[in-house]
Write a protein that binds this ligand. Structure first.
Ligand SMILES: Cc1ncc(COP(=O)(O)O)c(C=O)c1O
Length: 446
């Protein structure tokens, strides 16, 4: 394609229409054509107030908005970008892929290479099936669990998010322990009738429920590092109890590692806990920033999936070469560079530094909860927060204030106090130091 053709193509795609516009203008336009002006709710800034920033480009640890302002990014697309935006090595792979094929809808070697890499690295992932999102991965894994056990019920925990499939958009009901109620309009009572919900961190409730329902529960699903309602780090004993009761009752253990997989280490939380789940779901990092999800587990379970077995699950774009190749390159680099230890240290330095600065300005002390390269800032509590009910009152409002002070000064946190922050390999020691110095000045000026 020559220069003129390329410009024409760009014009046709309307790619520069936003030049000279403000985020406010684009948001007003966007609200006319998309619900709430966005394509995923948290992006609307509803939780923190104000107008969402429209970003035009990103590189490394930096986002650039449509007006040219730069931000250090600690949201990182909610987790996939463990190497940062457009890591040069991954970018090369993506460019190369553009010249290979965009989608086959047929057998190809690229998904094979990623599948082999994963099954070699992760002992409990004997077989894998690629899908296009975390939602799809979880929904499909639970279908397999039901088919394998011949049971209908699923147990989940309040405060864990597993995507937006009907049966999982539930919260604890107000009646008997284990009862659920829908967490979204448009979900039939029928769809959630077989979803049981328990609080996190409560072995007694777990024990009681398994005594009555154990033999009806196909699978228990948990984020082994719950990171969708703040960061609710669980006691290992609680997770071990889940596994013990599940094994006793013939219930399958499904670890949802869509966030924690390849984030807390190459083997995720399963590896850190030393627990081999029956089924595990991945997403985010596994696609290197492209839409990929995956469910994996014991051979005999995955062999229930079509075409080798009776569980139907399919996808037009599943195994897209962009996601497969970017995902593999990302995982290989994360392993080669041993990113995990370094990122964990940097995350501690950043979040402890931020807390120290916040505490100079607030009569209510802050605290940083961190795990690997994830962090969550909230008011200090007397004991660890492991359940949603114990999140300090006023957290949402307190976070919103901090969010806007940081945003105005070029630090982009996820736009909700219930989302966690992430660091990437592109967040160097210098990036962290720069962030702290920006935060210091910003807080002094308010
Ligand atoms: C633990 C977990 N499971 C499932 C999902 C759903 O993934 P997706 O948004 O790719 O559908 C998410 C998304 O944040 C998640 O964090």
């Amino acid at each position: 394609m020559n220069g003129i053709d390329r410009d024409t193509a760009r014009e046709k795609a309307g790619s520069n229409f936003w030049k000279g516009k403000t985020s406010q203008e684009l948001f007003e336009r966007s609200k006319r054509v998309a619900p709430g002006g966005v394509h995923s709710p948290v992006r609307s800034f509803r939780s923190v107030g104000g107008t969402p920033v429209f970003f035009a480009s990103a590189e490394g640890a930096t986002l650039t908005d449509i007006e040219g302002k730069k931000y250090i990014d600690y949201c990182l697309s909610f987790g996939p970008l463990i190497l940062g935006h457009r890591d040069p090595e991954i970018e090369e792979v993506v460019r190369e892929t553009a010249g290979i094929a965009w989608s086959f809808g047929a057998a190809e070697p690229y998904s094979l290479e990623l599948a082999e890499w994963i099954t070699q690295e992760i002992p409990w992932a004997e077989k894998v099936r690629f899908v296009n999102s975390g939602t799809e991965a979880v929904m499909s894994a639970l279908r397999v669990a039901r088919a394998a056990t011949g049971r209908e019920k699923i147990l989940k925990f309040d405060g864990c998010y597993h995507g937006h499939s009907d049966a999982l958009l539930v919260k604890a009901g107000s009646g008997l322990a284990g009862e659920s109620s829908s967490d979204s309009a448009g979900i039939s009572a029928h769809s959630i009738a077989n979803t049981l919900v328990l609080p996190l961190d409560d072995e007694n409730a777990l024990q009681r429920l398994f005594e009555t329902e154990g033999k009806n529960i196909a699978a228990v699903i948990i984020e082994p590092l719950p990171a969708n309602y703040g960061l609710l780090i669980q006691r290992n004993e609680f997770i071990f109890k889940i596994v013990e009761l599940a094994r006793k009752n013939g219930t399958l253990v499904v670890f949802d590692e869509v966030i924690s997989g390849f984030r807390t280490g190459l083997r995720g939380m399963s590896g850190l806990l030393g627990v081999a789940p029956d089924l595990v779901t991945y997403g985010k990092i596994i696609g290197g920033g492209f839409p990929v999800g995956c469910y994996a587990g014991k051979k005999e379970l995955l062999d229930l999936v079509a075409p080798s077995g009776p569980v139907y699950q399919a996808g037009t774009l599943s195994g897209s070469p962009f996601g497969m190749r970017a995902g593999l390159a990302t995982l290989q680099k994360a392993k080669r560079e041993s990113v995990y230890e370094v990122l964990e240290k940097r995350t501690k330095v950043l979040s402890e530094g931020l807390v120290e600065l916040l505490n100079t300005k607030s009569d209510r002390p802050w605290e940083a909860v961190t795990h690997s390269s994830l962090f969550w800032l909230r008011a200090k509590t007397l004991s660890p927060v492991r359940r949603i009910e114990t999140i300090p009152e006023g957290h949402k409002e307190a976070f919103a204030k901090v969010f806007h002070v940081f945003l105005n000064n070029g630090i982009y946190l996820a736009p909700s106090g219930y989302e966690v922050g992430f660091l990437s390999w592109a967040h160097t020691d210098e990036t962290v130091a720069e962030t702290l110095s920006i935060a210091e000045k910003a807080l002094k000026s308010v």
